[in-house]
Write a protein of this length. Structure first.
Length: 54
């Protein structure tokens, strides 16, 4: 019930950002391969930050 007042941890924020970037990369993969690769690279960088926090 009180979970709505709980703030996200840094790891949770990075995880949601990672998932968003991967989703964008997948959508762009059929339209613009270069942009898709850029989004995938950004997602990889975020995953490295997540691993450092663990």
């Amino acid at each position: 019930m009180f979970g709505i007042f709980k703030k996200k941890s840094e790891k949770e924020k990075l995880q949601s950002q990672y998932e968003k970037l991967l989703s964008e990369a997948h959508k762009l993969s059929t339209i613009n391969r270069k942009m898709s690769d850029q989004k995938a690279f950004e997602a990889d960088e975020i995953m490295k930050k997540i691993e450092m926090l663990s």
